[in-house]
Ligand binder design. Structure first.
Ligand SMILES: Cc1cc2nc3c(=O)[nH]c(=O)nc-3n(C[C@H](O)[C@H](O)[C@H](O)COP(=O)(O)OP(=O)(O)OC[C@H]3O[C@@H](n4cnc5c(N)ncnc54)[C@H](O)[C@@H]3O)c2cc1C
Length: 464
């Protein structure tokens, strides 16, 4: 189908947020308040931090400040792959922290189990389906990567199943598939906006004071307390947790480690049962392909197909603006790839198209730290895999604020920072050269050019 025609009626907004069930926002902060803990940011990072702070100590006075609405940013507009991995995949974790990959993997899987238990505890209905995830190879050279990951998975005792061409096509039938690797326990599919709204409600029930449309404009040390200034008020707090994602950080040093990268998504109309039967997908897993530029896709509870990824875009200068949420060339390319993958779905149209910003760091997985004499903690850099991992990061922030040494805070991953990005304009040059090199590598059987090999040697990279 002609991509432009297939996209003609697609709304230019995130499907998940564009529904009548969206709750009315909480009030703005007006006036001065004080708190034991002020959490900045109402995405998953901030929500999990506020919720678990109250779970750890119900007497703690917790305030959550969100600049717009809860979940409006990455947290409410993502693919909804809630992965166990806290290292942006087993391969990335193995490469960077081989000596602690077993522990990182276990902590990630426990984190996913605890997310599932939390949803049950608070009755949060976000269509959580623990289907696992299948990574497919669509080019010969990608099969080696699946074999390597299967071997690492086997050494860690994971339930990972290597599927040959027929087996993977028996799950989901695409003529492009050459093989697959099904991590049966490693991911759940969620409705991310309903997860964010559900966490907000749970926070409020536990007594967190949530203020929306309340951007924190500045942060300063007011002696024994930290002061957060907002347009109509201020918070004086003993401790502060920053869960501000890709946005201009309140702590200047974070600028060196984060770049805002845009990722784009399409959503189809609900696919009628007889059409979906031509594809299969009875086990409803999340799917992703294996190139440097990869697609991710999954079913919703009403059998739409979310289809995203491939084109991770950095706009020179690193500006975050609503205009960048839309990119027609990327949408058309994604639509074309969709019909190549599923020719059976010819004629199925798209209902929504959108983009969102990702807090990318050079090691593709979150980093952590403290400031102001350990009265402030931060976690950022989830690089496109934070739906589940933000809960782990929230626990790290709470450990750090409590001054507790835990299994989490002892991790090398937690103690070390990523390699910083150079300042602009060098930053843009480096990132665009890396994007170009990654695309070329996919066209040349995964061979990495001298630039990518140099980055590999320094543990640097670029990803969505
Ligand atoms: C298109 C897309 C697809 C993705 N797909 C997946 C996926 O399938 N699986 C996965 O694991 N991850 C995915 N991700 C990444 C995932 O969404 C993020 O890692 C995760 O949501 C990060 O949560 P967060 O709370 O750190 O950031 P955000 O959700 O960005 O929240 C940060 C919040 O902080 C607020 N804020 C910032 N500064 C201030 C301030 N000064 N004052 C007050 N508030 C402030 C912002 O308004 C925002 O609401 C995707 C992301 C995108 C954009």
């Amino acid at each position: 189908m002609n991509p432009q025609k297939a996209l003609a009626d697609a709304e230019r907004k995130p499907y998940w947020l564009d529904r009548a069930i969206a709750p009315a926002p909480s009030p703005r902060l007006t006036g001065q308040v004080s708190a034991d803990l002020a959490v900045v940011g109402g995405g998953f990072s901030g929500l999990w931090t506020a919720l678990m702070a109250k779970e750890r100590d119900p007497s703690l006075d917790v305030v959550l400040l969100e600049g717009r609405e809860i979940g409006w940013a990455a947290s409410g507009r993502n693919g909804g792959f809630c992965a166990a991995s806290i290292t942006h995949g087993l391969g990335n974790g193995m490469e960077r922290w081989p000596e602690e990959i077993g522990r990182l993997d276990r902590l990630g899987r426990e984190n996913l189990d605890e997310i599932e238990a939390t949803l049950a505890r608070y009755g949060i209905d976000c269509s959580f389906e623990r289907t696992g995830e299948v990574r497919v190879a669509t080019r010969d050279w990608e099969l080696d990567g699946l074999d390597e990951e299967a071997a690492v998975g086997a050494s860690l005792g994971l339930r990972m199943e290597r599927l040959d061409r027929e087996q993977v096509r028996a799950e989901v039938d695409s003529p492009t598939y050459l093989g697959g690797l099904w991590d049966r326990d490693g991911a759940a599919m969620v409705d991310p906006a309903r997860l964010a709204w559900g966490l907000r409600d749970a926070c409020i029930r536990l007594g967190v004071r949530v203020f929306e449309r309340t951007p924190v404009m500045s942060l300063r040390d007011g002696g024994s307390l930290l002061e957060l200034v907002t347009p109509l008020g201020a918070v004086r707090a003993s401790t502060v947790a920053l869960g501000t994602g890709a946005f201009a950080p309140l702590l200047g040093r974070l600028r060196h480690f984060l770049v805002p990268v845009y990722d784009y998504v399409l959503m189809t109309e609900p696919v009628p049962a007889d059409r979906l039967a031509e594809v299969g997908w009875r086990n409803r897993q999340g799917f992703g392909d294996s190139g440097n530029q990869f697609h991710y896709y999954r079913l919703t509870d009403d059998n739409r197909i979310l289809w995203g990824g491939y084109d991770a875009v950095y706009y020179n200068g690193g500006l975050i603006t609503a205009e960048h949420d839309q990119r027609d060339t990327t949408f058309e390319m994604l639509a074309e790839h969709f019909y190549e993958t599923f020719p059976q779905l010819e004629g199925v149209r798209f209902s929504h198209r959108w983009g969102g910003v990702i807090d990318t760091c050079s090691r593709f997985s979150a980093f952590f730290g403290t400031a102001y004499g350990s009265r402030l903690a931060y976690a950022a850099g989830y690089t496109g895999l934070g739906v589940g991992a933000t809960r782990f990061g929230a626990n790290v922030m709470l450990d750090l604020l409590a001054g507790e040494e835990t299994e989490r805070t002892r991790l090398r991953m937690v103690r070390r920072k990523p390699v910083p990005f150079p300042p602009e304009p060098l930053r843009s040059g480096v990132i665009q050269l890396t994007r170009w090199s990654l695309a070329r590598s996919d066209e040349h059987e995964g061979r990495r050019n001298a630039w990518l090999r140099t980055l590999d040697a320094f543990g640097l990279g670029f990803d969505s």
